[in-house]
Design a protein around this ligand. Structure first.
Ligand code: ZN
Length: 126
């Protein structure tokens, strides 16, 4: 085998497409674009948030999501370090994750996720 000029391996794009499906009848949030489940409504922390496009939910955990670039956002409550939250299936933007918050009274948001209501579907399986 001769040496080929391989492009540099790009570790940032080597995520495996490991998607999860919820088979139970728990109420879930799913991606508005591709309908994959992105979180359990059980994990919901607060509904009183405002995102870029209106109402948003704060949730403890998500599934089938990827994080985008880390960035600092200046909010009314101070400078937060956030990363975009993207659907792992279709790549749509769903909201963001709080990585670092400016003060103790904001700390409850750290490592939690904002889901923008306009980007997701709330599915109630009665
Ligand atoms: Zn999607």
């Amino acid at each position: 085998m001769s040496k080929s000029n391989r492009p540099n391996a790009n570790p940032q794009t080597c995520s495996t497409k490991d998607l999860h499906y919820i088979t139970s009848d728990k109420p879930v949030f799913s991606c508005k674009n591709c309908s994959i489940v992105i979180g359990l409504q059980d994990e919901l922390c607060s509904k009183g948030f405002t995102g870029g496009s209106g109402r948003a939910f704060l949730i403890n955990s998500t599934i089938n999501t990827n994080l985008g670039k880390k960035e600092e956002r200046k909010l009314i409550t101070g400078t937060h370090t956030c990363a975009d939250l993207l659907c792992a299936s279709c790549g749509s933007s769903l909201g963001w994750k709080y990585l670092k918050t400016p003060s103790d009274d904001q700390k409850y948001k750290e490592n939690r996720f904002i889901l923008e209501q306009a980007k997701i579907v709330k599915e109630n399986n009665w």
